[in-house]
Design a protein around this ligand. Structure first.
Ligand code: TMP
Length: 207
């Protein structure tokens, strides 16, 4: 079961500083040159975002997962589902695999609770394609912390946490190879983009 409506739902996932938003923008631009309608969006969004990415509050992993799914419920209803119904390509910077990797694996909540929340909030909708940008932890963290001085709550969770995350995303890809493609993001931006484009062309109907 893929996405609702006639649109195409593509998610970008991975650890910190892997270049997701840059790659999302490049893919969006390339699709537009082919005449596609594209909506670019990201999670977590809205007023819940600042609770999660700023400061250093130690939420319980369940609280954190609930907050991410609360933001996701709004985002699905306001942005993702209407755009898919319209037939657009929806390119989303992070989606539920981030909750699985960050809260489920790295924060120790486990797969089960995240799967239940998924069913409750997202239901049968699945991305058509998930691009997991993979990069060595130190390199990604270095990039991410230089880029943003305010939204560092997750970046500051330590090397071990981020190594767990990297393994988590790889495990998610292993479990769902028909949906996920792991992209080596430790290469020049244009080369990563070509790998993204190749995956999109291989898995989806572009032209
Ligand atoms: P961003 O920096 O990619 O915009 O994402 C914000 C942070 O939120 C990032 O450190 C990953 C984290 N996050 C989770 O922990 N769980 C989630 O479900 C999502 C969507 C993001």
């Amino acid at each position: 079961m893929a996405a609702a409506g006639a649109g195409i739902f593509v998610t970008f996932e991975g650890g910190e500083g892997a270049g997701k938003s840059t790659q999302l923008g490049l893919l969006g631009a390339r699709l537009r040159t082919q005449g596609k309608g594209v909506v670019e969006t990201r999670e977590p969004g809205g007023p819940i975002r600042s609770l999660l990415v700023q400061g250093d509050r130690a939420w319980m992993p369940m609280t954190e997962a609930l907050l991410h799914f609360a933001a996701r419920a709004e985002h699905l209803a306001e942005t993702v589902l209407p755009a898919l119904e319209d037939g657009s390509w929806v390119l989303c910077d992070r989606f539920a695999d981030s909750t699985m990797a960050y809260q489920g694996y790295a924060q120790g909540l486990g797969r089960g609770p995240v799967e239940k929340l998924y069913e409750l909030v997202v239901g049968r909708l699945r991305p058509h394609l998930t691009l997991i940008l993979d990069i060595p932890v130190e390199l990604g963290l270095d990039r991410a912390i230089r880029r943003d001085v305010r939204e560092t709550r997750y970046e500051r969770m330590g090397q071990d946490f981020h190594e767990k995350l990297r393994d988590a995303f790889r495990d998610i890809a292993r479990r769902e190879p028909e949906r996920c493609v792991v992209i080596n993001a430790d290469q020049p931006v244009e080369d990563v983009h070509e790998a993204v484009w190749a995956a999109v062309r291989r898995r989806l109907t572009v032209a």
